[in-house]
Structure formats: structure tokens, C-alpha cells
Ligand binder design. Structure first.
Ligand code: F6R
Length: 603
């Protein structure tokens, strides 16, 4: 979703801003803009479309100021257009603002300000911020007071940066339910909605909590929600630059597919040790508490929810406790039956997904213990949850999740083993599963080696309109994730179905040449899925089989055999490659698919 960058320092701000915006491109956007403080007035340049459009109209020579803010917008209120692009200003050009999030009471504020004689240019909710600041500024000519009063009036979520010629060397910053980090580099102070935008300049970051503010010139002053000055400690993030470079790969997605074995190793490092009970840093759950559990909920969105489904499969098999997996946007409005005897696990790569965070808050209100599984250090979800488990997959830049999914599956299975070890003590089954988990990165490398075969298969699918992915048990969950990958980056419609469910309706859609991708990784139910594939084959379907079984089919992708609980980690790789190559063959932007955003901070 929207991206924010800000810079105050010794260097030309515009270079820092444009580079920062480019690094944030993966978040998804439809317009971009910058504002630079230039000799005591603010120059705003913005345009619809890609950052390249913006760059083409920037007069770099005329922009050599050292203070600036920038934004990429993902439209919520108002169409993608030049007028709706950020930054926004008040009529007197006293306040220039970029904002992520949603001002829920903007209509009310806008009506009030219009009655007070103020004019608006855009359809956005954001524009009320500079106009309201100007309203308060006119009252007592105090910029900081105007900022405070404005924030007091706003309802909703925001990360806000404001620059003003009234204090021209300064950026005012506020955060509530929208990500924001501040980094202190050797040549200035950087602000961004995401670490990758500024990791090039520093490894030391300040994370604002909700309601906190900062006023930044040559130093940073932090304030709490009551605008009382506070001290904050920086935290060191040891990401290397190559984690956010393409490193010679054509796309981030391809790079991230290749990084998966290493990511999984990182995820499991220190958690899974052969023949030792599983341990997590910073928390433990005792046996008595686990024995009191009546059910477990796993709540997430999209790919993270698909990882949760594998968690359900693993936990129910090992623990015999009912595990419900639910989409966060449904859970939060459904009044779910959750109480202190429910353990609720929330999975979110970004840790900023609005629905998942709201679902977590609800579960807490209902008395459940909450655990967040996140890839992003200090992300919002990690502050809300009782305990956090980090996936340590490294930064994921491509919008379509790959390595984060693998790490989520790895960690949720590790968590299932942890629960099992704590409840029943380590045993030969869990110890064997640990061994298999540790062996997985090597097996993943083997699957990745067959990239060319997946590419050849993908070439056959580029003109297809509909596709089906089918499987049973965990294979159905893999089908769901494979189908989502294809949809989001190739724009080909596909559906995942439990293999046994096809004949209850969807089989009517099978026609001569319809592609059906079958997944079979569990010998116990292999014959069943195979029969379902025969049913669609006899109606003309074009079958592709992904399997670790010895099955003869015309188009087979063979993967190594492993415990069905872990097979998603191997079986998803060919499906990721297929989605990737279908999109590439169609000449699409795989890293930044249309309409999508990397972290979905609105509901
Ligand atoms: C798909 C994808 C999305 C995310 C979903 C949740 O490739 O990435 O479906 O999984 O938006 O995002 P997080 O995990 O950040 O909460």
C-alpha cells in the first residue's frame, strides 16, 4: 500500500526521496509525489502512474533543498489522479503532508472546514490534515500546537509527515496504526514506512508506537500520545543490502524463490535442533495451560492463511485438539466463540495487515492468549500480541509471497511440534519430524533445480482462461496457494478445489483442454485423488500431476517424498515457478502485479 519517505540532512533531499520511493515500489501504488523545502518555500511535484513518470518531470537542478517528504499512493478515497496524489497542501501552502492510512472522520472534518471558508482540491481523506493544521495555525500561530490539535481531531489510522516553511528545517511525524520507522544515518535522518527504503543508510532504527510523534531537524525529539517528550532506544536491524537487491536475478520473485532453502534454514535456526525439545525465544507455554485448551484458532489473510491451514493439519494430527483456520476479515466481524481456553495464532508476513491486527485485538478482548507469527521486526502485530515468533525469512520484496510462505509453514509446523513436546514430551515421531524439517532445505534445492521443466510447462498455459488446482488434505491447501500465486501475477482465473468436491458442481466447467493441476503427496489418499483426476481426464481435461508418488501420467512433476505435513514446502515450489513463468511469458510485471499491495493496511 502507500509508501512514505522523508529526509532531513546534509545532502540533497530529492535524491534520497526518489531512491526511497523506488525501493518501496513493491508496496503497490498508482501515483507518486515529492515535496522539497527550497529556500523557505515548498516545491511539490507529483504525477499519476509509475515513479518513472514522476522522475521525468522533476527538475533536479531546481531542487537542491535538504528537507523533503515523498509518497506513493494506493488509491482508497478518490481515483488515482494527479489531484489525488500526495503530497497535499492547504491553500496558503503553510503545511505540506504525506499520509498513509485512512482518516475515518474526514467527511465530518471537511464539512466543518468548508463551512469555515477553506477550500479543497482533491477527493482524498488526507487533504483535511494540512487544511485542519492551517485552521488551527490561524488561531494561535503555533505550528506544534496546530499539529497537536489536528492529531487530536483525527480518527482512523495514519503515518503522517508534515513539512512547513514556518519551520523550514523540520519534519513533523505522527503514527497511529500505520507503519513508520525512523533511521539515523551518517548524513541525515531518514523516515520511511518500511525498513528497506532506508536500510542503505543505517541499521539503527527507531520504531514509533501508536500515538507517538517525533519532531525532526538535526536531531529527533520523540513525544508520547499526550505530547510529552520521551526518550526512545534505537534497535539494530542486521539486514544486508543484498537482501533488498535483485542480485543478478531478473525479478525479486525469482530471487525469493531461490532464497527459500536459506530462508527456511534461518527460520528454523535455534528452534529445531535434532532430538531436543523445540524452544522459542522469549516465551514458553506451560503444560497446565495447554491442557486447559479447548481449541486453537489460526487467523490470517491470503497466503498467510494458507500457511495456517498447514498448521491446522499438523496440529490436529499431532495434538488431537480442534484447530479452526479463518480469514481475518471474517473472524473480526463474526463474534467468534473464543475465550481463555482458546489459543489464537495470527500469521502475517508484514505484521501490518489491518484485518489480522483487528482480529488479534478482538481475540485479546475475549480473553484468549495471542501469538503473532511475523516476518517484520517490531511490526504492529508484534506489539499487540502476547508473544511473537519471527519467521526470519529476510525481507520479501515481490508482492507475491514465496519465501515468507515457506517460512510460515516451517514455523507453524515447528510450533505444532513444540505443543506436542510440551504436552506429551519429545517422542520418536516428533524427533523424526524435526530431522525431516532440518533436511528440507536440501530437498528444496533439488526441486528448484528443475526450473527449466516448470518453465516448459508454463509455456503451455499462457493462453488458458481457467485452471483448476485439486488435492486432498494438505494437498488441497497446497492447491489453494498454487492457485492464488497464478491468479495474482498472471491474471489467469484459477480455482482450487478439494479433489472429491469437483463432481458436486465444478466438474461442469471441465471441457476439452481445461488444465487441471493435481497434487498428490500423501500415499494414503493417492488413489482417491487419482480417481478424481481420471474423472476430469475422461471429460477432456489436460492433467498436470505434482507428486512424490510413483504414478504414471503424461505430464508429471516429481518431487521428493516426505511426511505429508511437510510436503507443502516442496510441492509449492513448482507451482510458484509455473505462476512466475506464465506471467513472464505474458510479459507481465511479476513483482508488482496490478491492483495489489504488499502490505494491506486498510480493511
Ligand atoms: C499473496 C500474498 C497475500 C498476503 C496477504 C497477507 O502472495 O502475499 O495474500 O499473504 O495479503 O499479508 P500478510 O502476511 O502481510 O498479513
Amino acid at each position: 500500500m502507500c509508501g512514505i519517505v522523508g529526509y532531513v540532512g546534509k545532502k540533497r533531499a530529492i535524491d534520497k526521496l526518489v531512491l526511497g520511493l523506488k525501493t518501496l515500489e513493491y508496496r503497490g501504488y498508482d501515483s507518486a509525489g515529492v515535496a522539497v523545502m527550497q529556500d523557505n518555500h515548498v516545491i511539490v511535484v507529483k504525477d499519476k502512474g509509475r515513479i518513472n513518470n514522476l522522475e521525468a518531470i522533476l527538475d533536479y537542478d531546481a531542487l537542491n533543498g535538504n528537507v523533503g517528504i515523498a509518497h506513493t499512493r494506493w488509491a482508497t478515497h478518490g481515483i488515482p489522479s494527479l489531484k489525488n496524489a500526495h503530497p497535499h497542501e492547504d491553500q496558503n501552502k503553510h503545511f505540506t503532508v504525506v499520509h498513509n492510512g485512512i482518516i475515518e472522520n474526514y467527511m465530518e472534518l471537511k464539512d466543518f472546514l468548508i463551512k469555515e471558508g477553506f477550500k479543497f482540491e482533491s477527493q482524498t481523506d488526507t487533504e483535511v490534515i494540512p487544511v485542519l493544521m492551517e485552521y488551527y495555525y490561524q488561531k494561535d500561530k503555533d505550528v506544534v500546537k496546530a499539529f497537536k490539535h489536528t492529531l487530536d481531531d483525527l480518527k482512523g489510522s495514519y503515518a503522517i509527515l508534515v513539512i512547513t516553511p514556518l519551520i523550514s528545517n523540520t519534519i513533523l511525524v505522527a503514527k497511529k496504526n500505520s507503519p513508520l520507522v525512523i533511521g539515523e544515518g551518517s548524513d541525515g535522518i531518514y523516515i520511511a514506512s518500511d525498513i528497506p527504503a532506508i536500510i542503505k543508510y543505517t541499521k539503527d532504527f527507531y520504531f514509533l508506537s501508536d500515538g507517538e510523534k517525533a519532531i525532526i531537524d538535526d536531531k529527533i525529539r520523540f513525544y508520547d500520545e499526550h505530547f510529552e517528550e520521551i526518550k526512545k532506544q534505537s534497535k539494530t536491524i542486521n539486514w544486508e543490502m543484498d537482501a533488498i537487491d535483485k542480485n543478478g536475478f531478473k525479478d525479486y520473485m525469482l530471487k525469493e524463490i531461490y532464497e527459500q532453502p536459506a530462508s527456511l534454514k534461518n527460520t528454523l535456526n535455534g528452534i529445531i535442533v535434532n532430538n531436543k525439545p523445540v524452544q522459542f525465544v522469549g516465551f514458553s507455554l506451560n503444560k497446565k495451560y495447554l491442557e486447559s485448551l479447548k481449541q486453537i484458532y489460526i487467523v490470517a489473510c491470503g497466503t498467510a492463511m494458507h500457511a495456517g491451514l498447514v498448521g491446522k493439519y499438523a496440529m490436529e494430527k499431532m495434538l488431537r485438539i480442534p484447530v479452526n483456520v479463518e480469514v481475518a476479515s471474517e473472524f473480526r466481524y463474526r463474534d467468534p466463540i473464543v475465550d481463555k481456553n482458546t489459543l489464537c495464532i495470527f500469521i502475517s508476513q508484514s505484521g501490518e495487515t489491518a484485518d489480522t491486527i483487528a482480529a488479534l485485538k478482538l481475540a485479546k478482548e475475549k480473553g484468549a492468549k495471542t501469538i503473532a507469527i511475523s516476518n517484520v521486526f517490531e511490526s504492529s502485530i508484534t506489539r499487540e500480541a502476547d508473544h511473537t515468533i519471527y519467521t526470519h525469512a529476510g525481507p520479501e520484496i515481490a508482492v507475491a509471497s514465496t519465501k515468507a510462505y515457506i517460512s510460515q509453514v516451517g514455523i507453524i509446523v515447528a510450533f505444532a511440534i513444540y505443543l506436542c513436546d510440551t504436552l506429551f514430551g519429545s517422542n520418536k515421531d516428533t524427533n523424526y519430524l524435526k530431522e525431516e524439517l532440518l533436511h528440507l532445505p536440501d530437498l528444496m534445492e533439488e526441486v528448484i533445480k528443475n526450473e527449466d521443466n516448470y518453465h516448459e510447462l508454463a509455456k503451455k498455459m499462457i493462453n488458458v482462461h481457467d485452471l483448476f488446482y485439486i488435492g486432498r488434505g494438505c494437498d488441497y491447501y497446497i492447491a489453494m496457494e498454487g492457485s492464488l500465486k497464478l491468479k495474482e501475477i498472471s491474471y489467469i482465473h484459477s480455482e482450487a478445489y478439494p479433489a472429491g468436491e469437483l463432481k458436486h458442481g465444478p466438474i461442469a466447467l471441465i471441457d476439452k483442454g481445461t488444465f487441471v493441476l493435481g497434487i498428490i503427496t500423501d500415499s494414503k489418499i493417492a488413489d482417491k485423488t487419482l480417481s478424481n483426476l481420471e474423472e476430469v481426464k475422461s471429460r477432456g481435461a489436460n492433467i498436470v500431476l505434482i507428486t512424490n508418488q510413483n504414478i504414471r501420467e503424461e505430464q508429471v512433476i516429481s518431487i521428493p517424498d516426505i511426511n505429508p505435513i511437510l510436503s507443502p514446502i516442496l510441492a509449492i515450489i513448482p507451482l510458484q515457478f509455473i505462476a512466475y513463468y506464465v506471467a513472464k511469458e505474458k510479459d507481465l510485471d511479476v513483482d508488482k502485479p496490478r491492483n495489489l499491495a504488499k502490505s494491506v493496511t486498510v480493511e
